[in-house]
Design a protein around this ligand. Structure first.
Ligand code: 7TS
Length: 632
């Protein structure tokens, strides 16, 4: 995109008003997010907002201090005065409204609560809700006294993140051997998410050591993570469902949106809305700047060398179809081979099946082991001179497996294949650098990254993109048209025919700003703690089997409950206000590999808490009990 494409040459591409005006939500903690917690009587909101800005500008790993969470969190996490409702504690079990579903009282035995509280200082609990809740009989029809998002009573000072070492020390010493059932042979595996203590970033922690001595060490190693402050940025997390605070554990399907993104959309439609590129007037200039600014943010986010390599699409599905229809059309012929893995989402299977069918090519599938780990040796055997394209996911949406993407790309490159990496489930959990990844295409959906639905990204190497035929044709993507022929733009416009999803692309830019202010490294570290905690807690539930036990997992835990259909579990969890996806997750081949047609899939984001996981575990225990399997 040259600047001459802009109707108003005085305005440079990428000038994004939201960045210039914090009131538009261009900071991680929006003023809107802060205001309710600060209360009306506080003297200097501007100062606090500035501190909030500095917090999220802090480089991950920088020492806490001025502008860090401790400064910010004191006012922000002041516990709200939540009246304790008149809960009939001794009330008899209520009847759920599900057919034949007698939902009994949900008792919340918080396993390891004392130990975890000592260690984590309430970090994960998102306030006092879970602690407060577990003293009472919880029923799906009775709201909790304090929603998870409502504050930090009793835990007003956030503590550093829990890392592998101390969690290992803590959890390892508590429940005895962790039972994570093997999906196929039933053999237990060891507790599998924890790396060696020596490999913990910063080298913190001493094997077996727990207790307060560790806290100060951790405090100096990483900035703290104030999940309560973050939760306040997401208005929907204060929703109630079935009279209970919403527990959103369906993040692999879609993520919730921070106020900053909601505000950015509203600002776009209030002040900038226009079609882009074509009309020479002020609003066209504004919308073009906002749209191209979002492209710059995406490029920066995945470390693409150029904005010209960023194509906006509707999402991962469209991005993959685009590559299949263009690269596939041009480069895949009869007898050629396309390699995927057994882990793939249908969006990364069906387009290749169709292409293979149309071209007489062959689709080959790299198998996984009984943990859900790609068998690299077998994968290597599939690669040869006929392999035109390898397409695989960086994180499995059904099992949570993190694939060794860089290594798999390298192996594919050795036989001269092009590589597409599906980042739909990775971008929200880990830092992605497309240059070090080495693939040719990288695709993801905005809605899984706290941005709106209907916007996604195809990144491709510039020379490769420019060599491909168009995907769709029409307006916007042409340089010149006569009635006899058309000359197409280069990438990215070549692949953006028609009027695109301008506002939501801008929203994606705001989401990226938001995520970057928290920091992907901080997010990864925090979520790792969540996965460790959830795995430990869930795997101790009688009759519960975790499906997918790879040593590297992100975001997702798939499970089945003996004797209860997964769809039924999902419907019953909904009664408790807990949202998970249950079904085949559009990944039937991998579930069938493990002998299932459906699983229950809690999936996590950085705004989830251990308190929510406690609620999930307790609800699952209850469901199990009600189904008459308490003897298991
Ligand atoms: N690839 C992976 C790995 C995915 O998880 C998904 C969506 C897609 C591709 C398709 O993304 P879309 O945004 O184009 O739909 N996964 C899920 C899921 O797990 N539950 O709902 C959608």
């Amino acid at each position: 995109m040259s600047t001459s494409d802009y109707p108003n040459p005085g305005q440079s591409p990428g000038l994004d008003p939201v960045r210039l005006n914090p009131s538009l939500g261009g900071v991680g903690l929006s003023p809107q997010g802060l205001a309710p917690a600060l209360g009306p009587g506080l003297p200097d909101e501007a100062l606090l907002t500035r501190l909030a800005n500095e917090l999220f500008s802090a480089v991950p790993g920088s020492p806490p201090g001025f502008g860090g969470v401790p400064v910010l969190s004191a006012p922000v996490t002041a516990p709200p005065q939540v009246p304790v409702p008149d809960v009939p504690l001794a009330a008899p079990p209520s009847q759920g409204s599900l057919p034949n579903a007698a939902l009994g009282p949900l008792s919340i035995p918080l396993p390891y609560e004392a130990e975890l509280d000592a260690l984590l200082g309430g970090l994960f609990r998102g306030g006092s809700s879970a602690s407060a809740a577990h003293d009472m009989e919880l029923r799906p029809d009775i709201p909790l006294s304090t929603p998870p998002s409502a504050g930090t009573a009793g835990h007003s000072s956030p503590v550093p993140l829990p890392y592998d070492a101390e969690l290992k020390a803590l959890l390892g010493g508590l429940g005895g051997e962790t039972r994570v059932a093997d999906p196929t042979n039933g053999a237990g595996s060891s507790f599998y998410f924890l790396k060696d203590i020596g490999s913990v970033p910063g080298g913190i922690g001493v094997p077996g050591q727990t207790g307060p001595g560790l806290h100060s060490e951790f405090a100096s190693a990483h900035p703290p993570f104030d999940v309560n402050a973050i939760r306040r940025d997401f208005p929907i997390l204060s929703e109630h469902v079935n009279g209970r605070p919403l527990v959103w554990l369906d993040n692999a399907a879609t993520t919730q949106k921070p106020q900053a993104v909601i505000d950015r959309l509203s600002h776009f439609y209030s002040h900038e809305n226009s079609n882009i590129h074509r009309a020479a007037h002020e609003l066209a200039a504004r919308s073009t700047d906002a749209y191209e600014g979002a492209r710059q943010k995406v490029a920066r986010f995945i470390n693409a060398p150029s904005t010209e390599e960023i194509v906006f699409t509707r999402g991962t599905t469209e991005s993959i179809n685009l590559v299949a229809a263009t690269f596939g059309l041009q480069h895949v012929g009869e007898g050629d081979e396309i390699v995927i893995t057994h882990l793939e989402h249908h969006a990364n299977i069906v387009p290749w099946q169709q292409l293979a069918l149309a071209k007489g090519a062959k689709l080959r599938v790299a198998p996984v082991d009984d943990r859900g780990v790609v068998l690299l040796e077998e994968y290597g055997k599939l690669l040869n001179g006929r392999t035109k394209l390898v397409s695989f996911t960086q994180v499995s949406n059904a099992l949570g497996t993190v694939t060794p993407a860089q290594q798999m790309v390298e192996m594919a490159k050795r036989v001269g294949a092009r590589v597409l990496v599906d980042g739909a489930q990775s971008v929200s959990h880990m830092k992605v650098d497309v240059q070090s990844l080495g693939a040719d295409f990288f695709v993801f959906s905005g809605h899984k990254l706290f941005a709106p639905t209907g916007i996604g990204v195809l990144w491709g190497k510039k020379d490769l993109l420019d060599s491909l035929p168009p995907y769709q044709t029409g307006g916007n993507m042409i340089q010149d048209v006569t009635l006899e022929r058309s000359i197409f733009h280069a990438a990215p416009n070549r692949f953006e025919a028609g009027t695109g999803n301008i506002a939501d692309a801008v929203g994606l830019g705001a989401a990226i700003d938001y995520v970057e202010r928290i920091g992907l490294e901080n997010i990864s570290r925090y979520e790792h703690g969540l996965i460790v905690y959830a795995t430990k807690l869930l795997s101790e539930i009688p009759g519960l089997t975790i499906v997918g036990t790879a040593p590297e997992k992100a975001g997702v835990i798939s499970l089945v409950l003996k004797g209860v259909k997964s769809e039924e579990v999902g419907a019953r969890l909904n009664k408790y206000g807990i949202a998970v996806r249950s079904g085949h997750h559009c990944a039937q081949p991998i579930l069938r590999r493990f002998g299932h047609e459906a699983t229950v899939r809690p999936s996590f984001a950085f705004y989830n808490t251990c308190g929510e996981i406690d609620l999930l575990a307790s609800a699952l225990r209850d469901i199990q009990r009600q189904a008459g399997h308490s003897h298991l």
